[in-house]
Design a protein around this ligand. Structure first.
Ligand code: NIG
Ligand code: FE
Length: 426
């Protein structure tokens, strides 16, 4: 069994347990930092966490030191690997025309109405072979790892036919198989109504929802192609009723739930919370009256400021309002070709600090342990504690606050995924 010892860690951010459930309120800032730390990983798991001095005095370690791979972190910062709990990696081309149109003043919704947006990514996915899609996803996973992400939620959602959605999920599965990190697959058949269900621009939305519920979902469940079902629930996408119909069908197939909510317009959360989704994402427009009920649950509000940044919006999700209300917040990249083509969690964290007034400590907890809650993997991911998976990220920094501070640069020098190291320091 492979054993790796990280020593001479300047600041180890452990995020060790601060009680039950996702972090809320003040506990979002409790990082559990150990100075001059060491972490021992054996067989892909963390087995001990403490100071370098104590680690080097340990009798078992002394005896076995020759068999252990030792990595000197040179006083750098080490965090739990990021959990990016919202990405859309299965697409072929960037959307450069949308990008230019937006620069000239068109909005996300106007571009979508004119045939751009999500629908313009469908063709590429439908025409691509499974192996071409797998290569795309693999490249994304490698890039994510190089930025410190060790667990990623990955959605389908640009195929929007039975065949192309299954092909997308198969590509995620194939790429995940080759990657040492952890992938959580999500079926997002309800991302948009595809063109063949729009007749004379009159949407045959309900027929497409029936296809998602009655044909796609059963195959996803039977072939275990996804752990979650997601719905883009918003103005111009799927309505509250359609979302509830899809959630109910997913529940019948024992699939867990998450949704895109309140990106473009306000939608009341009560009907969705009844289904106990793991996460509600975006949340730019949320009714104040819904916050107490949300705070009572373990449903995480996953905020994705990369989308606000890239769409050129001046308004960002109101993280302070959520945190003050006791809602558990996570941060994710929302990596996708239309609204957020970044796979850098430090960039998302930097935006959260500068535009959403989250502190660097809060941003780190939201990008790690609360991300793990958002994908229901908090038992094994998101903190550096004995018994959890050996997922770590080392940064060219000596203070954890530098991680969101140096925006736009990748300062991650080593990632350990389930005990497997990769990166320039290795
Ligand atoms: O999370 N809002 C829906 N889905 C994506 C955008 C997808 C796209 O434009 O391709 C999002 O922002
Ligand atoms: Fe998204």
């Amino acid at each position: 069994m492979s054993a790796t010892l990280l020593v001479d860690i300047g600041q180890l951010v452990t995020l060790r347990s601060a009680g039950d459930g996702p972090r809320r309120g003040a506990s979002l800032s409790e990082l559990g930092i150990i100075q001059d730390a060491a972490v021992l990983c054996i067989g892909g798991k963390i087995v001990s966490v403490g100071t370098t001095k104590d680690a080097l005095r340990d009798p078992w370690l002394k005896k076995n030191r020759k068999k252990i791979v030792e990595i000197d972190c040179g006083g750098r910062v080490v965090l739990p690997g990021f959990v990016d709990s919202h990405t859309h990696p299965v697409f072929m081309q960037p959307r450069l025309v949308d990008f230019e149109k937006r620069i000239s003043g068109a909005s996300y919704e106007e571009i979508a109405e004119a045939g751009g947006g999500i629908r313009s990514s469908i063709d590429g996915v439908r025409k691509a072979s499974k192996s071409a899609l797998t290569q795309k996803v693999s490249a994304v996973l490698a890039d994510l790892a190089s930025h410190g992400t060790t667990t990623v939620e990955a959605k389908s959602g640009y195929g929007l036919s039975l065949e192309s959605e299954m092909k997308s999920l198969e590509a995620i599965r194939a790429a995940a198989h080759e990657w040492p990190g952890t992938v959580v697959p999500t079926f997002l058949g309800a991302h948009a109504v595809p063109p063949e269900y729009r007749v004379h621009s009159q949407e045959r939305s309900q027929q497409y929802v029936d296809l998602v519920c009655n044909e796609m979902l059963p195959v996803v469940a039977k072939r275990k192609l996804a752990q979650f079902v997601d719905v883009f629930s918003d103005r111009g996408a799927f309505s509250a009723e359609e979302t509830a119909q899809i959630f109910a069908a997913a529940e019948r197939h024992h699939l867990a739930l998450r949704a895109h909510v309140g990106q473009l317009s306000e939608m009341r959360l009560g009907p969705l919370l009844r289904y106990q989704p793991a996460s509600l994402d975006h949340m730019d427009y949320v009714n104040d009256a819904d916050l107490p009920a949300l705070a009572q649950t373990d449903t995480v509000a996953t905020l994705v400021p990369g989308a606000n940044y890239f769409l050129g919006l001046s308004r960002y999700p109101d993280a302070r309002r959520f945190i003050a209300a006791g809602v558990a917040v996570a941060l994710a990249t929302d990596y996708n070709p239309g609204s957020s083509p970044t796979l850098s969690m430090p960039m998302a964290m930097s935006l959260a600090c500068t535009h959403m007034k989250m502190s660097p400590a809060e941003a780190i907890a939201a990008a790690t342990i609360n991300g793990a809650w958002a994908v229901r993997l908090a038992g094994s991911k998101g903190s550096v504690e004995a018994g959890k998976d050996a997922d770590l990220a080392v940064f060219e920094d000596s203070d954890y606050r530098e991680v969101p501070y140096w925006f736009g640069a990748n300062r991650c020098v080593l990632t350990i995924m389930n005990g497997v190291p990769s990166g320039p320091l290795w």
